[in-house]
Design a binder for this molecule. Structure first.
Ligand SMILES: [Zn+2]
Length: 475
C-alpha cells in the first residue's frame, strides 16, 4: 500500500492519511472497511459558478485518488444537497409566490439541482455514492434528533420559537475555533445570530432550528412540549447527514475555504456535543478561492462566470477541469480566459498524443505508475502527475504500453483521454462559410479568405487558426 499524504486543516499540516477502517477484508460486502468522504454540496438556488466548480473538481480528484489507492468499492463518497436555507427560501418565494411554500421550495430547488448535475457530468465529476437532501423529511427528523440531544446536554436553548447553540458554554469546555483562529474577545453573551452565513467577527450563538416566518416553508417539531414549526439551520444539516450516511467519526470532510467558518466550525461543535465524539472528522480538507483576473468573483464586478458562460464562449468544459489541475487545490487559482485557452490547447495536444498511440493496449509501466502515485499521493499534486504523464508519453516505451499506462492514469485525471472531441455544433450558414474559407485558403486566395473571416465574425463567430487546424468559437 502506498502512503497518501493530505493537508489537514485541523492540524495545519500535511499528514499521512490513516483510514479509520483498516480491515483487511477484500470488500465492504464482506465486512471490510470503506473510506468515508463527505463533501458539502451545492445550495441549489442558482447556477453554480466556476469557483464552486473548482471545489467539486477537487473533491472528485480526491475521491478518484482514494479509489486508486484503496479500490473502487472501498470509498463511500457523500455529497449533500442544501435545498433548504435562507437563500433557497428567499428565491423560491419570489419565483413561486402563489403556491404552498414547501411545494415552491421543492419545485425551485429541483430545477437548480438538475442544472447542477448537468454541469457535474460535463466536467466528468463522478456522481457521489450517496446524495442526501436536507429538506427530506427523513433527514429533517435526524436533524431534530440531533437538536434534541444538544438541548438535553445543556448546549442548546429555545428562544422566541427558535433553537440556538450556546457557543459561550461550548467555548468554556471545548475548543471553538479548530479550523480557524477565532478571537472570542468580542463575543457578546446573549446575542444570537439567525443568518446561515456570517463573518467571523460576528461569532455568536447560532441557530439550530429557525422559527417559521410568515409565508415560509416549515416542518413540524416538538421540543420540551413546545410546538416549534420551522426549519433547520444550515449547519445542523451537514452534521446530521454526515452521521446518518457515514457514522462518526468519519475520515475526510471537504469544502471550499469559505466554509471553514462558520459552517464547518459549527458542524464540529454540534457533533461533539450531540454525537458525543471528541473528533467528528479526522481530516478536514479545504480548497482555496478561485479569482478571476486577480480579483474575487462577484456579480458586481461582472466577472462572475458559470460553466454555461464558458460553453457559450465556445470552450469545452474539460478545458476548465484541466485548468484546475494546474494549480494545487490549496492555493488560490487565478482564472483568465487566456489561461483557459492555453489549457484547452494543452488538453487538445495531450489527446492528440494519446490518439497517435493507436488502439492496442499493452502493459501498465510500473516505474511511471510509481511516480504517478507519488505525485497524486503528495496531497494531490496533479500538476506533477501531469508532468509524469508527459514524461511517460515522450519516453521510449512501446506505444501499446504507453496507452495502457496513460489510460490507467486517466482513472484519476478523468479527462477521457481516449475520446475524440466532437466539434461544437455550428449553424448551417457558418458551416458553409467555414468550408468556403477552407477552400479559399487551399487555393491561396487570401483576400477571399479574409472577406469570409469578416463575414463569419459579423455573424457572431471567431476563427482561430492554430497549428492543429482551425477552431471556430462563438464570440
Ligand atoms: Zn455542509
Amino acid at each position: 500500500m502506498k502512503t497518501l499524504y493530505l493537508y489537514n486543516t485541523l492540524n495545519r499540516k500535511k499528514e499521512e492519511f490513516r483510514p479509520i477502517n483498516t480491515s483487511p477484508q477484500p470488500s465492504p460486502s464482506k465486512g471490510g472497511g470503506v473510506v468515508g468522504l463527505y463533501t458539502c454540496g451545492p445550495t441549489v438556488y442558482n447556477y453554480a459558478h466556476i469557483g464552486n466548480m473548482r471545489a467539486y473538481i477537487f473533491a472528485d480528484l480526491l475521491a478518484r485518488t482514494l479509489r486508486y489507492n484503496y479500490g473502487e468499492a472501498r470509498v463511500k463518497w457523500v455529497m449533500n444537497i442544501t435545498d433548504v436555507d435562507d437563500k433557497t427560501i428567499r428565491d423560491s418565494k419570489i419565483k413561486y409566490p402563489n403556491i404552498d411554500p414547501n411545494e415552491a421550495l421543492k419545485k425551485f430547488t429541483a430545477e437548480y439541482e438538475k442544472y447542477f448535475w448537468e454541469d457535474m457530468e460535463k466536467l466528468n465529476i463522478k456522481k457521489p455514492d450517496v446524495i442526501p437532501h436536507a429538506a427530506d423529511q427523513k433527514y429533517v427528523e435526524k436533524m431534530q434528533d440531533l437538536i434534541n440531544k444538544i438541548v438535553k446536554a445543556g448546549y442548546g436553548y429555545i428562544k422566541d420559537g427558535s433553537v440556538y447553540f450556546d457557543v459561550a458554554k461550548y467555548y468554556k469546555n471545548y475548543k471553538y475555533g479548530k479550523l480557524i483562529n477565532l478571537d472570542m474577545d468580542g463575543f457578546k453573551a446573549g446575542v444570537r445570530i439567525d443568518a446561515d452565513e456570517y463573518e467571523k467577527e460576528n461569532v455568536q450563538d447560532f441557530v439550530l432550528w429557525k422559527n417559521q416566518e410568515k409565508g415560509d416553508p416549515f416542518w413540524d417539531y416538538e421540543l420540551d412540549g413546545k410546538s416549534l414549526p420551522g426549519r433547520p439551520g444550515w449547519h445542523i444539516e451537514c452534521s446530521a447527514m454526515g452521521q446518518e450516511t457515514l457514522g462518526m467519526p468519519f475520515d475526510i470532510h471537504t469544502g471550499g475555504i469559505d466554509l471553514k467558518f462558520p459552517h464547518h466550525e459549527n458542524e464540529i461543535a454540534q457533533s461533539v456535543i450531540g454525537y458525543n465524539v471528541d473528533q467528528p472528522v479526522n481530516y478536514w480538507l479545504h480548497n482555496e478561492y478561485l479569482l478571476v483576473d486577480g480579483v474575487k468573483m462577484s456579480k458586481r464586478y461582472k466577472n462572475f462566470y458559470t460553466l454555461r458562460d464558458l460553453e457559450e464562449k465556445g470552450f469545452n468544459p474539460f478545458a476548465f477541469r484541466y485548468l484546475c489541475m494546474q494549480t494545487h487545490y490549496g492555493k488560490q487559482m487565478n482564472f483568465t480566459f487566456n489561461s483557459l485557452k492555453a489549457a484547452e490547447d494543452g488538453l487538445k495536444h495531450l489527446k492528440n498524443q494519446v490518439r497517435e498511440l493507436g488502439d492496442e493496449k499493452g502493459d501498465i509501466n510500473s516505474d511511471y505508475k510509481n511516480n504517478f502515485f507519488k505525485a497524486i499521493n503528495d496531497d494531490l499534486n496533479l500538476s506533477k502527475a501531469l508532468a509524469v504523464t508527459q514524461e511517460m508519453l515522450k519516453s521510449d516505451l512501446l506505444g501499446q504500453d504507453k496507452l495502457a499506462t496513460v489510460l490507467d492514469f486517466d482513472k484519476v485525471l478523468g479527462l477521457k483521454l481516449n475520446q475524440v472531441d466532437e466539434d461544437i455544433e455550428l449553424p448551417e450558414d457558418i458551416k458553409s462559410l467555414v468550408a468556403q474559407r477552407v477552400e479559399a485558403r487551399v487555393g491561396n486566395n487570401y483576400n477571399e479568405s479574409d472577406r469570409l473571416r469578416a463575414e463569419i465574425e459579423k455573424r457572431g463567430y471567431l476563427i482561430d487558426d492554430t497549428k492543429d487546424g482551425m477552431r471556430v468559437v462563438k464570440k
